[in-house]
Design a binder for this molecule. Structure first.
Ligand SMILES: [Zn+2]
Ligand SMILES: [Zn+2]
Length: 451
């Protein structure tokens, strides 16, 4: 089904193809900088040039229509190495989810875990136990230790451990002087998030993510903020960072964002990875988790607060609000072909009619973009090895056959690596023989000379 979703963005052209005078000037374009320099006083020139330089360095690269979508280089894909590097902003949603999940999802005898992952898990558990009993406040360096270990266990070390660091985390204290400049969202007390991730791109360095989190002293009842709560937030933000860094951002993938990344960033890609991480952390049985799943007693009745369900509902609500039918006089694209038999589409169509009157979606900064329709959650492709069921039924499903297959591959690679290491040791030993022989000759010679 074709329809158009609305995206609020800095659109350079107004409705009739002319620049809207209220629109901010895109300062990183040379001609705009030149005209700004000509019209403003000389004293403002250094400031303008500095702004221009910063925006030019941080400018996002242009995305292709449809990217090449490389195959997964690691052992769950086509590769044969336990240590490998990932390309940034390259993989399709399904590729990213499946290869990530099978590398850590719990299975008998930890067959799918590498020796590094097994030792990392022990480190995470012992560090968590120490942090829980520590009386000193939890600081940025403490949270970064967890960031490093969680990255090693769940994400192949791709964000912090292998190659250029691509994620930075800051746990802000309330009295920090730089907070207004670096993490303004945390200062707005009425809307204070538990954490957020900001994407950045630096010329010649590539993409990276910045995680900002408020420390205990931001909350009304700081004594109730536990280390596990902060780590749960960290895990949530790390999944955002991972998806932002490695999910392909080409126009074809962007068009399908309702079914992958999501409008709020909490789409299926995010939920499936986080749900599987949460399941894994709970099996360790130490009090670590990735999602909020609490039983709330309200008016004597038990209610289950399920974060997966909440995130998915919020995502779909926003989608229904923004997805509206193509106007009849829309000349650039073909009119939508509605399928009245599909229940999801009918519901969406109904909601869309309501939203056309919404004032929020009209305005000079709004621009139409074409997006794919949302696919039903339980309408999973038989080729999918990880898929999401309706949140009311349960979260994410993983195919055991593929998990066993991953376990076999990892075990074969571990055995191979161990055999190679023994072989190398023996080789090194024999390489030393001629040296020893020479030393013996020298020693014997000296010995003889003395006598
Ligand atoms: Zn793509
Ligand atoms: Zn989030």
């Amino acid at each position: 089904m074709n329809f158009k979703g609305l995206k609020k963005t800095k659109d350079k052209k107004g409705a009739k193809g002319t620049r809207n005078p209220k629109e901010p000037v895109a300062i990183f374009e040379p001609q705009h900088l030149w005209s700004a320099l000509k019209t403003s006083p000389v004293t403002k020139a250094p400031k303008l040039l500095f702004k221009y330089a910063i925006r030019w360095i941080c400018r996002e690269p242009k995305v292709p229509g449809e990217a090449a979508h490389p195959e997964w280089p690691g052992y769950t894909g086509t590769g044969t190495k336990l240590n490998f590097k990932l390309n940034t902003r390259a993989y399709k949603s399904q590729e990213l989810v499946e290869n990530t999940v099978f590398s850590f999802f719990p299975m008998s005898s930890d067959r799918n875990l590498t020796p590094t992952q097994i030792s990392t898990r022990t480190k995470i558990i012992s560090l968590y136990r120490k942090a829980k009993n520590k009386k000193k406040p939890f600081r940025t360096r403490d949270i970064n230790r967890f960031l490093c270990l969680l990255d090693q266990f769940f994400f192949f070390g791709a964000m912090v451990n292998n190659g250029r660091p691509r994620v930075y985390c800051k746990l802000w204290q309330k009295q920090s002087g730089l907070i207004k400049l670096c993490a303004p969202s945390l200062v707005k007390r009425d809307k204070m998030p538990w954490g957020y991730t900001r994407h950045r791109h630096i010329k010649n360095y590539g993409p990276f993510e910045m995680i900002h989190m408020p420390a205990k002293d931001f909350f009304d009842y700081p004594e109730k903020i536990s280390v596990s709560f902060l780590l749960e937030t960290l895990v949530h933000e790390m999944v955002h960072a991972y998806v932002n860094l490695f999910l392909c951002q080409c126009r074809a993938c962007h068009k399908d964002m309702i079914n992958t990344k999501g409008i709020t960033g909490h789409g299926k890609t995010f939920i499936m990875i986080l749900d599987c991480i949460d399941y894994t952390l709970r099996t360790w049985d130490v009090g670590l988790s990735g999602l909020m799943r609490q039983v709330v007693i309200l008016g004597g009745e038990h209610h289950i607060f399920d974060e997966v369900k909440m995130l998915h509902q919020h995502e779909m609500e926003l989608y229904r609000k923004l997805a509206i039918p193509v106007p009849e006089d829309w000349h650039d694209h073909a009119p939508p072909t509605l399928n009245p038999t599909a229940p999801t589409e009918e519901t969406l169509d109904h909601k869309r009619t309501e939203v056309t009157e919404d004032k929020e979606i009209k305005g000079p900064r709004a621009r139409w973009v074409e997006v794919n329709a949302a696919r039903a959650l339980d309408d999973n492709d038989p080729e999918m090895n990880v898929y999401m069921t309706a949140p009311q039924v349960g979260g994410t499903m993983v195919k055991l056959g593929k998990l066993n297959q991953t376990g076999d591959i990892v075990q074969a690679l571990v055995t191979d690596a161990a055999a190679k290491s023994i072989k190398n040791k023996i080789k090194r030993k024999f390489e030393n023989w001629p040296k020893l022989d020479r030393y013996f000759e020298i020693y014997a010679g000296l010995h003889m000379n003395i006598h």
